[in-house]
Design a protein around this ligand. Structure first.
Ligand code: F6P
Ligand code: MG
Length: 409
């Protein structure tokens, strides 16, 4: 069989910030400078750093893209390659996906994230948002932990349990601090209404559950592309816990980000902070979950794999050969969140009725995408669906109210 490395269909144009009236345009022109401004407000940076961040704000959107000035950074070479084709053109003329990742990388350049000895060295500029995100998860943590403990004890009802924990992981994607900064008093609660399937545009959960329950118990490997820290990370750890503790998966590989990006995206440090936060709650139910997770980590059934690829502005089909070979060993790749979804689809203008499986034909492992729609990227819709969704909610593509569960075997 020929192994594909690209989608089996002609690849459409990328989404650009220059598309007037689009969410991408609004993001580049209004939201990206606001994210830099918030990083200034929420940190105690030196005058030099503040000056560089303010310069960055003035560059958006009309100033030209330039190379990074981080010559010793571990991702410098890859970034040089990504930036080269866009040198000299402005933030609206580059693909939207590039503009966003470039912004987050320029923030790290300004804060001296990669410069040993500087105050900003390895300091997460979004630490406050992440901390508030965890605090806001507090109310939901106790009932979620109690449910997970009950679900794990209920081996007989496994298909239903998998379904439920997938729903929690899906709606956990609401906790995205690049779009909705956390303010004191916010609570990342999953309302019952949100668990309702009528708010799910495409729902392949049934076949996913069948697929998972059909895996050879205890031997399969599942890879989880982590998205946001805070409540979503708690939900994703619960998903890993259920998959492993039920024996459905032999191993779960967590794939966090190597560096701070998209404000709330989780890094290895955030997983550790989350476990410590859970332990501090002094709740027997939450303790049970965190103890299981610590044991799974110790046994090596729950592991981390960190790659800089996930912080680069590339489509998934542009992944390095080493990552492709590694993912080939996985039985299922679970992609969390909207930005990962955009990467799977190359952040392109696919006709909305393009089958998900046709686009994803470049990937050998099975793939499950769980996302709330926060961008004008879509596929897999029946003819006429776009119009009917638009009638129900004109903001359906980007308001984070609508769930997507898409699966390719
Ligand atoms: O700028 C908006 C946005 O970039 C979405 O389009 C993007 O995909 C999202 O932020 C981050 O969402 P998530 O945390 O679900 O990946
Ligand atoms: Mg995110």
């Amino acid at each position: 069989m020929i192994k594909r490395t690209h989608p089996s269909l002609p690849i459409p144009n990328p989404i650009y910030g220059s598309e007037l009236g689009s969410f991408a345009h609004d993001t580049v022109v209004r939201r990206l400078p606001a994210i830099v401004k918030r990083a200034i407000d929420e940190n105690d940076f030196s005058e030099e750093i503040i000056r560089d961040l303010q310069t960055l704000i003035t560059e958006i959107p009309d100033r030209p893209i330039r190379h990074l000035k981080d010559l010793k950074a571990p991702d410098e070479k890859e970034w040089q390659r990504c930036i080269q084709p866009h040198l000299g053109i402005n933030w609206l003329e580059v693909p939207w996906f590039f503009a966003e990742f470039y912004l987050y990388r320029r923030i790290l350049e300004s804060t001296r994230y990669f410069r040993p000895g500087e105050r900003g060295y390895l300091k997460d500029p979004y630490a406050l948002q992440k901390q508030l995100g965890l605090e806001s998860a507090k109310v939901t943590l106790q009932p979620l932990a109690a449910s997970v403990n009950r679900w794990i004890a209920d081996q007989a009802g496994m298909p239903d349990v998998i379904h439920r924990v997938l729903m929690v992981a899906l709606w956990g994607n609401k906790a995205d601090m690049s779009l909705w900064p956390i303010r004191g008093g916010d609570h990342a609660q999953i309302k019952q209404a949100e668990m309702d399937s009528e708010k799910i545009i495409i729902n392949d959960s049934q076949i996913v559950v069948e697929y998972l329950c059909g895996l050879k118990p205890g031997t399969s490997r599942i890879d989880l592309l982590l998205d946001n820290a805070g409540f979503e990370l708690v939900a994703d750890l619960c998903l890993a816990d259920v998959l492993l503790s039920s024996g459905l998966a032999g191993k779960v590989v967590l794939r966090p980000k190597a560096y701070p990006v998209y404000v709330s995206d989780a890094m290895v440090e955030d997983v550790e902070d989350t476990l410590v936060f859970m332990e501090r709650q002094l709740s027997p139910e939450i303790d049970l979950v965190s103890k299981r997770l610590r044991n799974l980590l110790q046994e090596g059934r729950l592991t981390f794999q960190v790659d800089t690829f996930w912080t680069l502005p590339l489509a998934l089909w542009e992944m390095p050969e080493s990552l492709r070979i590694d993912l080939d060993h996985s039985d299922l790749l679970i992609s969390k969140g909207d930005a990962h979804y955009r990467r799977l689809l190359g952040d392109r203008h696919w006709p909305p009725d393009t089958p998900f499986a046709d686009i994803m034909s470049y990937l050998s492992p099975s793939i499950l995408a769980l996302r709330l729609g926060k961008s004008e990227v879509a596929c897999g819709l029946e003819p006429g669906r776009v119009e009917s969704l638009h009638q129900k909610d004109p903001g359906w593509m980007t308001d984070g109210e609508w769930g997507w569960i898409q699966f390719k075997r």
